[in-house]
Design a binder for this molecule. Structure first.
Ligand SMILES: Cc1cc2nc3c(=O)[nH]c(=O)nc-3n(C[C@H](O)[C@H](O)[C@H](O)COP(=O)(O)OP(=O)(O)OC[C@H]3O[C@@H](n4cnc5c(N)ncnc54)[C@H](O)[C@@H]3O)c2cc1C
Length: 467
């Protein structure tokens, strides 16, 4: 008999939720995690530190209050890495405590060390003191996540030339920063440092950034970031980075030279599979370290599952959690319906972006007609009260049945506000509900009613012309 029913490798969002779900189904469960990494990348180096850092930046810079109190408003003039780190460490500590408590309350065993497969049902766990433990399990769930991909040609030194993990170990807020790669992580950090007053240059190989988002909203974000003195270099590549006494010189293929105190590479992520000895379990990963899975998150070896960032897109904490829960239920022979087709996207730039469903570009490309309903925060009492005059909510509505095809939000609270739209879409609702509903006043949620009325009026105008 195996030691456990389910062994989970990795305690990030995917692993955690898989372990708890299996424990709730009364299975004997173990989680294997490396030292000081309980909670995974999410808690220790990714989501939680970056979102806490953002909160600290917004509070200390007073950025969101400047509309009210003037451009010189600051809570603290000289913001140090220490000021920012206090909040981050506090939240990380609390979150780790919550996770440890959840695992122990549910009688999930935790083994500390790095797991490698010794066979299809057996794992060797090596800890930092050189000790080895063997763990066997009927089913195994791989939730080992990713690490930042590092181009081989670049010499990372953890202070001047760093990846996104390095941001959390900087000794000082840099005066200037080059961000290589305008993906979600790159742009989130670019906006935080720009808010701190760092002179940021973003270099992106492609001509556009965040091309999966609504074009109008990305344009609004670029406008705001430029206003915070961010320079964009689209369609450009970094050929080399030279370390110099006062920082680094980023040399672009076009011949441009950008001096900066720090250069941060945000060049995608690599699946954490190289230490797993997957071949001993009969498995293989692709060149980016990702493990292919079926709809139930089963790998090519049916009793081994993989969830979270290690399986690739969309690589979000929220999705990883749900994948973990679904995989655990399947492994415990109590399968769930599968992941919902509507998945929200949240981008914690300053200002933030969130959307669900389809974009205008996607609908136009697939020749699906739609009407647009817009609400601007500056026309809402709550928008005026909080001093957010740029935020907006956009509804994409089907003229055929007035159902919601997409919801796009930009500005304060976008990532929270979106979920009203998600609930309406998920329940098959139409804008009729939003038009008729009474919202608390004054709220940003009211933007749904305003945007729905806007869409309804436009649809009515079209109908009148058709008479
Ligand atoms: C800077 C940054 C910001 C982000 N912001 C957001 C956000 O705002 N919202 C969002 O939804 N997502 C965000 N993400 C993505 C999110 O963090 C990931 O999607 C999520 O953490 C993936 O969860 P996971 O379960 O796959 O594992 P991870 O969180 O990646 O954790 C995997 C764990 O497995 C462990 N492990 C690896 N190999 C082994 C082994 N052989 N043995 C034992 N343990 C092992 C690792 O130590 C690690 O702790 C962000 C990521 C980064 C980097």
């Amino acid at each position: 008999m195996a030691d456990f029913d389910i062994a989970v490798i990795g305690s990030g969002p995917g692993g955690q939720k898989a372990a708890i779900a299996a424990a709730k189904l009364e299975k004997r469960v173990v989680v294997i995690e490396r030292r000081n990494m309980i909670g995974g990348v999410c808690i220790n180096t990714g989501t939680i530190p970056s979102k806490t850092l953002r909160e600290a930046v917004l509070y200390l810079t007073g950025l969101n209050q400047r509309e009210m109190y003037g451009q010189s408003y600051r809570v603290k003039d000289e913001i140090t890495v220490g000021d920012l780190g206090i909040r981050t460490q506090h939240v990380i500590g609390r979150e780790i405590d919550v996770i440890r408590s959840q695992l122990s309350r549910n009688h999930v065993a935790v083994v500390t060390g790095t797991a490698t497969f010794a066979g299809p049902n057996t794992l060797d766990v090596h800890d930092e003191q050189g000790r080895d433990v063997k763990v066997s399990a009927e089913k195994i769930i791989i939730a080992t996540g990713t690490r930042p991909a590092r181009p081989e040609s670049v010499e990372f030194d953890e202070q001047t030339i760093i990846d996104s993990d390095g941001i959390l170990h900087l000794q000082a807020v840099p005066e200037s920063l080059v961000v290589v790669g305008a993906g979600v992580i790159g742009i989130e950090y670019a906006s935080m440092f720009a808010a701190l007053g760092t002179k940021v240059t973003v270099v992106e190989r492609r001509e556009r950034m965040l091309d999966f988002c609504d074009l109008e909203i990305v344009e609004a974000l670029k406008y705001h970031l430029r206003d915070l003195a961010v320079t964009f270099r689209f369609g450009e590549s970094v050929a080399a980075v030279e370390r110099r006494p006062r920082g680094a010189l980023a040399l672009l293929e076009s011949g441009k030279k950008i001096p900066a105190q720090t250069v941060m590479y945000s060049a995608g992520r690599q699946g954490m599979t190289d230490e797993l000895c997957l071949d001993l379990a009969g498995l293989a990963a692709d060149s980016r370290g990702r493990i292919p899975v079926d709809d139930h998150y089963r790998t090519a070896v049916p009793h081994i599952y993989a969830v979270g960032d290690v399986i690739g897109f969309p690589s979000l904490a929220a999705t990883s959690m749900e994948q973990g829960r679904i995989a655990a239920h399947h492994a415990c022979e109590e399968p769930l319906p599968g992941i919902h087709h509507l998945q929200p996207i949240g981008i914690y730039t300053i200002p933030e972006i969130s959307f669900i469903g389809r974009t205008e570009d996607e609908l136009t490309k697939s020749q699906v007609p739609f009407e647009v309903g817009i609400s601007r925060y500056r026309e809402l009492a709550r928008g005026q009260i909080i001093g957010d005059t740029y935020g907006m909510l956009k509804l994409l509505v089907s003229p055929e049945d007035r159902s919601l095809l997409g919801v796009h939000v930009f500005g304060t609270g976008a990532t929270e506000l979106l979920h009203i739209g998600q609930a309406v879409m998920g329940c098959g609702g139409t804008i009729d509900y939003l038009v008729d509903a009474v919202f608390n006043y004054p709220t940003l949620a009211e933007s749904y009613k305003v945007a729905a009325l806007d869409a309804m009026n436009k649809l009515r105008r079209v109908a009148r012309f058709e008479l």
